[in-house]
Write a protein that binds this ligand. Structure first.
Ligand code: HEM
Length: 185
């Protein structure tokens, strides 16, 4: 390989690293023990696997809070137009809501906006040592709802993560953490 080609490859690899890294401390994407993709940024871990036969995205988000946790796909700016999935565990029961980013710092339930709830909750759990909440769910790659975003496997999207304060078991309080990264789904 010529020296020029090597340096171009190095620049491309470095550029790809920047695109995938986001702003916080990140690890991955790598493969977890189930063969799912896994990516961590700061103390948030996101795992996902495209189920081709069902045209669904299996996802799991884990964050260090006993309040709500959320992931959003394909925002245009901050939270705007993101397909948001927000969940929390309260007294052993898990609640999850299909939301849409109605502005840079606002969101509402798809059903309130005239759309549909398109999430299948698989399970949720909460731990106290360390404090964490984990929500596992499935969404269609393309629900057809105006308030979701169609996802195409192999495409890189902005993906946002956020979580609320301990005990914030609701869909409306603000976050104590929010981050945006680029991930190939
Ligand atoms: C009612 C609930 C929410 C309120 C009041 C709220 C409010 C805000 C505000 C004021 C900002 C700009 C300043 C900042 O960075 O803190 C922001 C940014 C942001 N929010 Fe929210 N938010 C809410 C829910 C969510 C949810 C559910 C997500 C889902 C992932 C989210 C993701 C983000 C992201 C990624 C940013 C940009 C952070 C950055 O680039 O530094 N937010 N939000």
């Amino acid at each position: 390989m010529s020296r020029l080609l090597v340096s171009r490859v190095t620049v491309l690899i470095a550029a790809a690293g920047i695109v995938l890294a986001g702003c916080g401390d990140s690890t991955g994407p790598s493969e977890n023990e189930e063969g799912w993709n896994q990516y961590s940024v700061d103390d948030v871990t996101f795992e996902w696997m495209v189920d081709d036969s069902l045209a669904e995205l299996n996802s799991r988000i884990t964050a260090p809070t006993s309040g709500w946790v959320a992931v959003g796909f394909d925002p245009t700016s901050f939270m705007s137009e993101a397909n948001l999935i927000i969940g929390y565990v309260s007294a052993g029961s898990t609640s999850i809501r299909d939301d849409f980013g109605t502005g840079q710092t606002s969101h509402d339930a798809d059903t309130t906006l005239g759309g549909t709830h398109d999430i299948v909750l698989v399970k949720g759990s909460e731990g106290s040592d360390p404090i964490q909440t984990q929500i596992e769910f499935r969404i269609p790659m393309d629900s057809g709802d105006d308030y979701d975003k169609a996802l195409v496997e192999g495409t890189t999207y902005a993906v946002i993560f956020a979580y609320g304060s301990n005990g914030a078991d609701d869909f409306s309080s603000g976050h104590v953490y929010a981050e945006s990264v680029s991930l190939e789904i």
